[in-house]
Write a protein that binds this ligand. Structure first.
Ligand code: GDP
Length: 298
């Protein structure tokens, strides 16, 4: 997803190679080119502004290292600032002291929540947990069946409302799901919620009600990295509406520009916990800001 950005940044930074000293003009020109590369990759403007200001300030400042030449020094600064935007340290999942840990998944329809529920469940199993899924997306006709399929693939049970009882109340399903998890001694419960095609009040209301009812240890906002600047807008709307404790980026395997997704952490102030890069259950990993920054810088 970040190939173009990566190529651009690498070539900008390569132009500095071989320079014995960097003048202010060199740094300004480099900063300008980095700015254009980030904006063209769809990184949100306020994020780009802060980033560029910091890089310039540090590159012009007194960070003199004997070990690094000026070009290497700028690369180091850009890398560190990129890691900063992406959240710095890897943020681990917050597990409850008294199980079950409740994790609620929220986001727009099509963001990849249901798929993520399976991925996360499989990953959690690999970490020695005994997760259970709860189907609270009663909006989309096939969502419950889809979650059951995903659960089966991941080898984890799915709590779903009994068929034939009308649409049902997602808050009630969430509550009963957690009771069932306690009874059957599952240590993590993943609650899949309904999304809409766009941010709408009813969806937000429902997510707020589920959150209030189940008091999750984590609310993960799932966002499709392919939707460009809307990723930032949607994230802000969810932060102000439901609120969330972490972000999951999905569809990082796509060829869209994706920089907006890289802005979500900085814009919302919440960390990115996981990244999803394909349709298969194993196309998923913990998000490491430093590894992502290194990947982008080539
Ligand atoms: P939900 O509406 O949020 O539950 O979204 P789904 O889990 O149903 O996903 C919507 C579509 O995106 C499905 O076709 C998934 O297979 C696909 N999808 C989910 N995650 C990824 C991903 O990381 N990469 C790609 N390429 N497709 C994905």
């Amino acid at each position: 997803m970040f190939n173009t950005l990566s190529d651009r940044l690498t070539s900008v930074l390569q132009n500095l190679r071989g320079k014995g000293r960097l003048s202010e003009a060199d740094i300004d020109a480099t900063a300008r080119e980095i700015r254009v590369a980030l904006l063209e990759a769809d990184v949100a403007l306020p994020v780009v502004r802060t980033f560029i200001a910091k890089v310039k300030e540090r590159a012009k400042g007194s960070e003199v290292s004997q070990a690094l030449n000026p070009a290497q020094q700028v690369v180091k600064i850009v890398n560190e600032e990129l890691v900063g935007i992406l959240g710095g340290e890897t943020r681990r999942l917050n597990l409850a002291k008294n199980p079950p840990t409740v994790i609620m998944l929220a986001g727009l329809q099509g963001a990849g929540k249901t798929t993520l529920a399976g991925k996360l469940a499989k990953w959690l199993r690999g970490q020695g947990h005994t997760p259970m899924l709860v189907a609270c997306d009663l909006q989309r006709p096939n969502a419950v069946t889809q979650l059951q399929v995903v659960g089966e693939r991941a080898g984890v049970p799915v709590f779903a409302p009994e068929p034939g009882n009308g649409v049902g109340d997602p808050v009630d399903v969430a509550r009963r799901g957690i009771d069932e998890a306690k009874r059957a001694q599952h240590d993590v419960v993943l609650v899949d919620t309904a999304g809409r095609l766009g941010v709408d009040e009813e969806m937000m209301r429902q997510a707020i009600d589920i959150r209030a009812a189940v008091q999750p240890d984590e609310v993960l906002f799932v966002v499709d990295a392919m939707i460009g600047q809307d990723a930032v807008n949607t994230a802000t709307a969810f932060r102000d509406g439901v609120g969330f404790t972490g972000v999951v980026l999905t569809k990082l395997d796509g060829d869209a520009r994706g920089g907006a997704a890289l802005s979500v952490r900085e814009v919302t102030g919440q960390p990115i916990l996981f990244a999803s890069n394909g349709e298969k259950l194993e196309d998923f990993d913990v998000f490491h800001p430093d590894r992502m920054a290194s990947r982008i810088l080539g």
